[in-house]
Design a binder for this molecule. Sequence first.
Ligand code: PRT
Ligand code: ZN
Length: 211
Amino acid sequence: MKLKIAIQKSGRLHEDSIKLLKECGIDINNGVNKLKTEASNFPLEVFFLRDDDIPQYIEDGVADIGIVGENVVLEKQKQVNIVQKLGFGKCRLSMAVEKSFDYTGVQDLQNKRIATSYPVIVADFLESNGITAEIHEISGSVEIAPGIGLADAICDLVSSGSTLFMNGLKEVETVLKSEAVLAANHNLQPAQQQLLDKLLFRIQAVKKAKN
Ligand code: PRT
Ligand code: ZN
């Protein structure tokens, strides 16, 4: 019996995910371009995937657990349990408008065009604020949308804020605060649940040691 974990293949969460496993005393050799690998000293099988696909793999039980941004879990609307916040990959999903936009509050988004890669979360935010707006889903380079006349506002992930700044944009609303989380399948087998509990115990010890 092995516990199957999905982590990001490459990108912002890849290294910290591997580092966390290492700090938990789990040795994995992450050869480049590998789809999966096994830990040598823990019954763990590691799948390397695109972050967008991880919630689906967990829901389907192809992976038992995974490390992914909370933003992705919420956007994908898959049935998974968030079992632990991991303290890395911190960012916020924010509304931003051009610097010259005289923004006074969320009502200023009424009937505007908003470009985002997070249409589900944005629709939810607008609805809970009683705002009607047009959502334009785009998959990348969202920050250029206002400059090319595609949108009046954007909703995108922000960490330092320098991408917004460099594109002449200002952050006006925080829609969501996010970090990497450990997510798990809803119906784990008892053996997998036991392994997850063991892993969680180690993760919590690592987190405690850092505080
Ligand atoms: O290939 P794959 O699909 O797996 O990766 P990806 O390109 O979709 O995701 P990736 O690696 O960019 O991000 C993975 C996760 O890291 C996200 O889902 C977030 O949970 C988290 N994260 C943390 C971030 C950022 N910080 C972040 N700053 N994801 C993206 N960004 C972007 C931001 O949108 C901006 O365009 O990075 C840019 C720089 O940000 P500033 O504000 O520091 O300039
Ligand atoms: Zn992605």
